[in-house]
Write a protein that binds this ligand. Structure first.
Ligand code: SF4
Length: 421
């Protein structure tokens, strides 16, 4: 269209006989044959169109060159500046395809085709915090609460083992009923009765508690920092301290846990600049696993409703994270499947993902673990869910991992390959 306009206006502008020009002849009869004012104004319009055309063409070409440079840089595995990350986050859908290809290339190079499945047990939906976006927040009186006893948790871990998982993830709200001693006992019992790796996702605790629990032998700890933007963090977490969050992640690493962290994308007020900074944090903290969740509004929370209709920004963040951090574990989370029920997980695996955490909690309890409202189609029995996910992984030409899925940073792929040979 722009080219057509340009050609037409170019023709008018440089026509030798302006009174005889084609456009004039097609003009309504009311226009006089010799009409210099009309011709002049028409010339102005055509000049304007030409200028717009030239500006847009130059911008388009420069943009293409920029993308090309970014992609080349990604293949060369050079570091990106914050500004470059921001530009990558702004790529449109068509431009992003190149980015996704690089991310998939880097994923294959550093962590291979394996997809690690971890059985997830949500053992308590009681939370003493009041995060403004979360359905488990203590002020949500409409949620029916539950708490599993230690023996039940260990039984579900055994079920994970029977289903063929190599890792169990124990997740809850911040529920002080489970003291460090109780959590330690649960972890010890799981270690004795199964050969599963264990990961904990139970929120902020004192350093001494993290240390006490670590002595019982858990392998990993998941603590999202949610956002690196202090203002946004305080807006979302009225009773948590921004300064503490990053410190806690570092503490856990120092103690010896393999550490998972991450962010939520799409909060009201979140900026591209702050997301670029989040990605920088991923790299600086040298995380073993990084989870990137879309924000899904819960009607029983005070945070404004922003509906994230498509996953394009999440996909770009996953891809950039893979390109920058290279050998991390990146899950395709349940929240992603809530937005795209049919292909959400697959799309994340295509742009750098390599972990899925299917839920092993009984369906009637899972419905109450409502951090955000989930799609009802996600409530499948653990056996069926695992089978479907495995089929999806294989249909993509990927493999369901046979090992425990420990950190690639601590156990690099080339060392794993040597061990298997
Ligand atoms: S985000 Fe975590 S800490 Fe905050 S209310 Fe929800 S479960 Fe509790």
């Amino acid at each position: 269209m722009l080219i057509l306009l340009f050609s037409l206006s170019f023709f008018i502008l440089y026509s030798d006989d302006r009174q005889e020009c084609l456009s004039y002849r097609n003009f309504p009869r009311t226009v006089e044959r010799h009409c210099p004012e009309w011709t002049t104004s028409y010339q102005c319009v055509s000049t304007l169109v030409n200028t717009i055309f030239v500006v847009y063409t130059l911008k388009f070409l420069m943009n293409k060159k920029h993308i090309h440079n970014f992609i080349e840089k990604a293949y060369r595995e050079e570091k990106f500046t914050n500004k470059e990350i921001i530009n990558l986050l702004k790529l449109d859908n068509e431009e992003s395809q190149e980015l996704f290809k690089v991310a998939d290339f880097i994923r294959k190079k550093y962590v291979g085709d394996d997809v690690h499945l971890r059985g997830l047990i949500e053992f308590s939906n009681i939370c003493e915090r009041n995060c403004r976006y979360c359905g488990l927040r203590r002020d949500n009186k409409r949620l029916s609460r539950y708490r599993l006893m230690p023996e039940e948790i260990v039984n579900y871990a055994e079920k994970c083992q029977k289903l063929g998982y190599r890792t169990v993830v124990l997740q809850s709200g911040e529920d002080s009923f489970y003291t460090a001693r109780i959590i330690s006992d649960i972890v010890r019992e799981i270690k004795q009765r199964t050969n599963l790796a264990s990961a904990l996702c139970i929120g902020e605790r004192k350093r001494e508690e993290y240390e006490q629990i670590f002595d019982a032998g858990p392998d990993r700890y998941l603590l999202k920092f949610e956002t690196s933007d202090p203002e946004l963090y305080y807006k979302l977490h009225p009773d948590l301290k921004y300064e503490n969050r990053r410190k806690k992640v570092i503490e856990l690493k120092e103690i010896g846990y393999q550490i998972g962290s991450g962010i939520i994308v799409g909060f009201p007020g979140q900026t591209t600049e702050s997301i670029a900074n989040d990605i920088k944090w991923f790299d600086e903290l040298e995380l073993d696993m990084i989870a990137i969740d879309p924000y899904i509004h819960h009607p029983d929370t005070p945070l404004e409703k922003i509906k994230l209709n498509d996953l394009s920004l999440v996909l770009k963040i996953v891809a950039i994270t893979r390109i920058i951090t290279k050998d991390t574990l990146i899950p395709a989370t349940t929240a992603i499947s809530t937005i795209d029920i049919h292909n959400g997980r697959q799309r994340i695996l295509e742009v750098g993902g390599n972990v899925i955490m299917p839920n092993v909690t009984p369906v009637h309890l899972r419905k109450k673990y409502e951090i955000y409202p989930k799609n009802k189609k996600l409530y499948k029995e653990p056996e069926k869910l695992k089978e479907e996910i495995e089929n999806m992984v294989v249909s993509m030409g990927r493999k369901v991992a046979k090992d425990r899925g420990d950190s690639y940073k601590r156990f690099p792929l080339h060392k794993k390959l040597v061990l298997q040979e």
